[in-house]
Design a protein around this ligand. Structure first.
Ligand code: G3P
Length: 214
């Protein structure tokens, strides 16, 4: 399973890159806006920190406009993946970008039928949003079920589109995504920090430290 970091914060990416277990980065307009930095500059800087797929999101527009904006991102670095919204214009843009050999990540996916449309258009990745669908459905299994169902549907037809479990709120989402067979989890920095923690690990360390003193 690949771990991407879901942030546009350069310091978080810098720290996480030193762990050696981060395979890529996803950004979106909200994450870029939160940092208040220039969009292309931020994406360019990220390419120097992580050698893996880096998703940069185009603004919702006509397919032609999204393809134009995608070219600007794709020209920056070969690792750039174009994040495209789950709309008919987004599907058309995905199909065109596929023809140009540009990788895409269709985002804001909340159903199997949406994921199938993205896969048929040649999306490299689809991003089902676990946290947001859990909140919408008022269930702590809705995101897990969505990822699991997309996995089954893709496997039924041999689609190579990879699943990125997104909108991850806590470590349990990462476990659910892994058990559902997600190819990737894109994880906020805060959740990555939580993932390494377990009370028994801390307790065990204290016991070993005491023993080492004797
Ligand atoms: O990057 C896409 C997604 O992971 C954002 O999730 O719901 O925290 O805004 P959310």
């Amino acid at each position: 399973m690949k771990f991407f970091i879901d942030t546009a914060n350069l310091e978080e990416i810098r720290i996480a890159s030193t762990w050696g277990i981060i395979d890529g980065v996803t950004t979106n307009p909200s994450l870029i806006a939160r940092e208040g930095n220039d969009l292309l500059g931020t994406i360019m800087e990220i390419t120097t920190l992580i050698d893996g797929p880096i998703s940069a999101e185009v603004q919702e527009a006509s397919a032609e406009e999204m393809v134009e904006e995608a070219f600007k991102f794709a020209r920056l670095h070969p690792n750039i993946v174009i994040k495209v919204p789950m709309t008919f214009e987004g599907i058309k843009a995905t199909k065109k970008l596929f023809a140009y050999g540009i990788k895409t990540n269709v985002t804001l996916v909340f159903s199997v039928s949406q994921a199938l449309m993205a896969a048929k258009a040649g999306a490299t990745y689809v991003s089902p949003f676990m946290g947001r669908i859990d909140n919408f459905a008022k269930s702590d299994r809705a995101g897990a079920d969505l990822v699991e169902d997309i996995r089954i549907a893709f496997d039924n037809y041999g689609y190579e589109t990879m699943i990125i479990a997104a909108s991850i709120r806590h470590p349990e989402h990462v476990s659910q995504a892994a058990l559902a067979g997600s190819d990737v989890a894109t994880i906020p920095y805060k959740v990555l920090l939580e993932m390494i923690e377990h009370p028994l690990t801390q307790k065990g360390l204290e016991i070993f430290r005491e023993a080492a003193k004797k």
